[in-house]
Design a protein around this ligand. Structure first.
Ligand code: NAD
Ligand code: ZN
Length: 381
């Protein structure tokens, strides 16, 4: 089968790889119909995630058709059209039982921090991902969800990550009616978080980035104010001024590690990697939220990105909430929001690219070319 193949930082290509096999009675093999590239893939692509092995296949946002099932799979059958949450969750461990599906223990028992994620390095379990024609889906009684009758598959594929992550960012922020919400990062996640902030009763939503086309897109899609941090001067001061010097009620970080330095810095050696941890957006978030406010972090950081101004967190009495989205927990209510037209996931998709052109797709998405918001890869058939 054809699959994306990681060859080292900034190098990915399409290759022939062996077909995945059922390795456990609860596995399914899914023939991929759509697979997105995510901002999280860029951390891998840029060489920021430890133990990203050459030869692995990325891709944690995909839909497909069940091709084969193991003997213990009962929740899906061959031929079902499914969307597959990016978290790999056993459904049985103490964390899954609390619906913390992004923090499953069984699927990645050796990790101290992260649960397992499709196509997200050996740090996240070493499972191959869905930027391929076929993918092995472990714990197939837990994650894969049959795409509801009548739902556009382009909407479905964004329910595997972007919608739940944006929604959970707003949920974790504990937005109260009338709150001023600031979102750092106008990528798909930040745009979705800004959109969802209204569902929680926000009174004012501001999004901050430096890429004009993304700010323009966010303004229209999320009906929010959009500001370029390169033209407002000091973004912290700007937010203070815009909020009568109180600070925003809540701030969402939808940026993550890319703000800590460019890819070249991080791939030229461990020493530079350690120096790269400045976490700009996170500093701005902590410094621009009001005293006693909440900072909600969904941007992904590597283990070295920990130079946060913790003294300001203490002195301001802040609450910091952060997690991988718990996709399965959120799916029922998000499917309702989509069906009711309150969220329009496919409105984020700007590019449909043949899987064979994966290398070019990564280049375009990582360099934010061609007004790209969200690209999806389409395998041949
Ligand atoms: P993206 O790369 O498309 O967008 C990131 C945006 O941040 C870009 O538009 C960039 O210009 C902007 N940016 C960079 N530095 C900034 C700064 N200092 N201030 C404001 N904006 C800045 O990525 P995406 O797909 O939107 O994902 C965003 C983040 O969310 C990534 O870190 C990704 O790994 C993470 N993510 C987390 C989860 C989760 O479950 N927690 C799930 C998916 C994605
Ligand atoms: Zn993703």
């Amino acid at each position: 089968m054809l699959a994306m193949n990681y060859r080292g930082p900034l190098r990915v290509r399409i290759d022939e790889k062996p077909m995945p096999k059922i390795l456990h009675p609860q596995d399914a093999i899914v023939r991929v119909t759509r697979s997105c590239i995510c901002g999280s893939d860029l951390h891998l692509y840029n060489g920021n995630v430890p133990d990203t092995r050459v030869g692995s296949t990325f891709g944690h946002e995909f839909t497909g058709i069940v091709e084969e099932i193991g003997s213990e799979v009962t929740k899906v059958k061959v031929g079902d059209h499914v969307l597959v949450p990016f978290n790999i969750s056993c459904g049985q461990c103490a964390f899954c039982k609390q619906e913390l599906y992004g923090n499953c223990h069984e699927s990645n028992p050796e990790a101290t921090a992260v649960g397992a994620i499709f196509g997200y390095s050996h740090t996240a379990g070493g499972y191959d991902g869905g930027q391929a024609e076929y993918v092995r889906v472990p714990y197939a009684n837990v994650g894969p969800t049959i795409i509801p009758e009548g739902m556009d598959p382009d909407d479905a594929v964004l329910l595997t990550d972007v919608v739940p992550t944006g929604y959970q960012a707003a949920e974790m922020a504990g937005i109260q009616k009338g709150d001023t919400v600031v979102v750092f990062g106008a990528g798909p996640i930040g745009i979705m978080a800004a959109k969802c902030a209204w569902l929680f009763g926000a009174g004012r939503v501001m999004i901050i980035d430096k890429i004009e086309y993304r700010l323009e897109f966010a303004k229209n899609y999320s009906q929010c104010e959009a500001y370029n941090y390169e033209s407002v001067g000091d973004p912290v001061l700007f937010i203070k001024k815009a909020t009568d010097w109180m600070g925003a009620d809540v701030v969402i970080d939808a940026v993550g590690a890319e703000a800590t330095g460019n890819a070249m810095q991080t791939i030229t050696g461990r020493k530079l990697l350690l120096q790269a941890g400045s976490a700009t957006a996170l500093h701005w978030a902590i410094n621009s939220v009001k005293k006693g406010g909440i900072v909600s972090i969904v941007g992904v950081y590597g283990p070295t990105d920990n130079l946060v101004p913790i003294g300001n967190v203490l002195n301001k009495g802040l609450t910091i909430r952060a997690n991988q989205a718990s996709v399965k927990r959120l799916l029922p209510r998000l499917i309702e929001h989509v069906q009711a037209g309150r969220i329009n996931p496919k409105g984020l998709i700007t590019h449909r690219i043949p899987l064979e052109e994966v290398s070019e797709a990564y280049r375009m998405f990582s360099q934010k070319l061609d007004n790209c918001i969200k690209p999806i890869l389409i395998p041949p058939r």
